[in-house]
Write a protein that binds this ligand. Sequence first.
Ligand code: NAD
Length: 355
Amino acid sequence: MDMHIALVPGDGIGPEIVREAVRVLDRTAEIYGHRIEYSEVDAGGVSIDKYGVPLRKEALEECLSSDAVLLGAVGGPKWDGVPGDKRPEKALLGLRSGLGLYTNMRPAVIYPELSDASPLKSEIIASGIDILILRELTGGIYFGERGRSEDGESAYDTMSYSKAEIRRIALKAFESARLREGHVTLVDKANVLESSRLWRETVSEMGKSYPDVTLDYMYVDNASMQLVRNPSQFDVILTENMFGDILSDEASMITGSIGMLPSASLGDGTRGMYEPIHGSAPDIAGKNVANPTATILSVAMMLRYSFSLEKEARAIENAVKSAISDGVRTADIAKKGEDHVGTDECGSEILRRLV
Ligand code: NAD
């Protein structure tokens, strides 16, 4: 297969971790006989420094003409004084809206060897955790009508969804469940919110076309408890924007390893943007200590969701698992006193285990 990938290394540790992810991707392509053409795109602080804006039209156009975008991270203290609409993070919003990305996918996985890093008790995570959260990204209360009364004594925000908005992300939830354990949990507040009742109706109607997928429902307050009480009951969680914002952060914290978690943002068609969930970690930038695993696993998601290359995606995930079980640790996941490797060596150890 021929692939055209836009690389957006960004700021801080971005360039270091993207470099390792590209090495792993190149080796995977070599093993499985694919050809990749890259174009490098400036976004975030680096773009502010060069061009005075976080995302140029040309940068977005380059991403729009690619099959997939791999992003490191943007931002850092250097640009803290920059006015709101010119901040590095605006590049992310510009890319998400410019690329029409309405589904955010975040896996939360605990590797048995790293279970010590989880703040949860060992008996709770003993059976392993592998959750995929699908959060709606462009609708709901963050985008609804809002305002204040004339006297300033009250304010309102509006949560609104259309069936079309629900259907397009629910489709992705059912399809991804088929590649996993075949179980979707819709998280909502249907006992109170009318928009949640529309989610339930629409998703349950669609569920009839997926008899092989188990569909159940959970109120968001219960879901937030269940994530810490019994997280292994979940496979795919489907939810609206604000609930997903909160639950996906909660789910990533229970894994205890921010440097290990990838994400994907998808729209119509197959183009997507893939990035680690962590930020640009300015405190460790340029020191060759950042964990590149989240970015490497983002590449696995890219192969799975943008190119339907499941075998290749699993090859990367298996190489990561094997490196972890062989004791390869960057400083963030090493126990006190345990040996650890640098960013580049971690990349090499994963690359070496690719088959
Ligand atoms: P952060 O995720 O960058 O860092 C939080 C902590 O986790 C730091 O101690 C950092 O060293 C550590 N860490 C993060 N990634 C790591 C990795 N791969 N390996 C080892 N340790 C890692 O969050 P922050 O400090 O709140 O934000 C720093 C900057 O990143 C800010 O400018 C923020 O706006 C930006 N940010 C960007 C994104 C993004 O680009 N998607 C996301 C979050 C934050």
